[in-house]
Ligand binder design. Structure first.
Ligand SMILES: Nc1ncnc2c1ncn2[C@@H]1O[C@H](COP(=O)(O)OP(=O)(O)OP(=O)(O)O)[C@@H](O)[C@H]1O
Length: 316
């Protein structure tokens, strides 16, 4: 019998050839020979980026959004470095459009972005001013422009968040809402250095709004979708909210909740389901139910105070 022959495979893995073809045994070698395909994960040395990641962690899911925020950070940071070297630095505006159903986290994210942009030195204050049609639209000619300008003034250094933004184009050309849109558009350009405008609302209505106002789309470089949550995400949000309040779920309470979310999701058993907000309501109602149960039973052991049981889980 011929002697086995040893070949080098890219200098990494030894393959022994005999008369018979022999399959490589990656497992046997894996402890001593580095796998050439797996790249090490880049280590993030940037302190601000680490802080941003920690803040974003509190949001369940939203992978696309988390990626966009980190990209914006990188872009701003590199621009600053380019400026320091006398190179051209882009001046992109950061106005955004959020599209999604109720309770999908649009306001929460807007508030977080304000904080993050403040810590990145993009916004001098980072506060959030929430507004809706009635806050912008006035009752006579000139009134709307004034109201809108006042609101922008309040939002300077932070974020102006307009919910159900499409209601501004509700009445067409003759409506004062149009005046509000025009005023916003003027200020978006003029004041883009220290002011971010976020228009939010349901996906379909927002798309329609953009069709009616074709000049608007290009003024919003960031259009972000907020999809409805999956059952696993709803459970994660619930567990997070429960942990924040220093409670935990018993096993059967967890399954009761899961079954309820599955029923909502697949049997559409709830008409006005509002994602994260609905979860928050269930959590708050269940905490109250637990308090009532403990009071009635006169039981206040530490573990009892901490645990939400199946009978506590209450739906709206
Ligand atoms: N991804 C998430 N992770 C953790 N909590 C979330 C998440 N999304 C939503 N929530 C929670 O759900 C609740 C509702 O969220 P929020 O008010 O941000 O929704 P929204 O999209 O602005 O709703 P609406 O359009 O009806 O105003 C908040 O308590 C928020 O903390």
């Amino acid at each position: 019998m011929d002697q086995p022959m040893t070949l080098k495979n890219n200098g990494q893995i030894n393959i022994i050839l005999n008369n018979e073809p022999v399959k490589p045994k990656p497992k046997k070698f894996s402890t001593t020979i580095p796998n050439p395909v797996v790249q090490p994960k880049p280590v993030i040395h940037h302190q601000p980026l680490k802080e941003i990641e920690a803040e974003l962690k509190s949001l369940v899911g939203m992978d696309d959004l988390k990626k966009i925020i980190k990209e914006v950070y990188a872009w701003l940071y590199v621009n600053k470095k380019r400026e320091e070297q006398g190179l051209k630095a882009g001046k992109q505006s950061l106005h955004m459009m959020f599209k999604g159903n109720p309770g999908t986290g649009k306001t929460t994210v807007a508030r977080l972005i304000g904080k993050l942009f403040h810590s990145m030195n993009v916004l001098s204050k980072g506060h959030l001013i929430e507004a809706e049609r009635a806050d912008l639209v006035g009752e006579y000619i000139g009134h709307t422009a004034q109201k809108t300008r006042d609101l922008i003034k309040k939002a300077m250094g932070g974020i102006l968040f307009i919910d159900e933004a499409y209601s501004l184009s509700r009445g067409g050309e003759k409506d004062f809402g149009k005046e509000a849109i025009d005023t916003l558009v003027n200020h978006m350009e003029a004041k883009r250095e220290d002011f971010v405008l976020i228009l939010a609302g349901y996906s379909k209505e927002m798309e329609n709004f953009l069709t009616l106002n074709p000049g608007l789309r290009s003024r919003f470089p960031f259009v972000i979708d907020f999809p409805d949550y999956e059952v696993e995400e709803l459970l994660e949000i619930a567990e997070q909210m429960i942990a924040e309040r220093e409670y935990h779920l018993s096993k059967d309470a967890y399954y009761k909740l899961k079954e309820h979310f599955l029923d909502i999701k697949y049997n559409r058993s709830l008409k006005d389901f509002s994602n994260g907000r609905y979860v928050r309501n269930v959590v708050e109602k269940s905490v109250r139910a637990q308090a009532m149960r403990l009071l009635m039973e006169d039981r206040y052991q530490r573990e009892e105070l901490l645990t939400l049981t199946m009978e506590d889980i209450s739906f709206s």
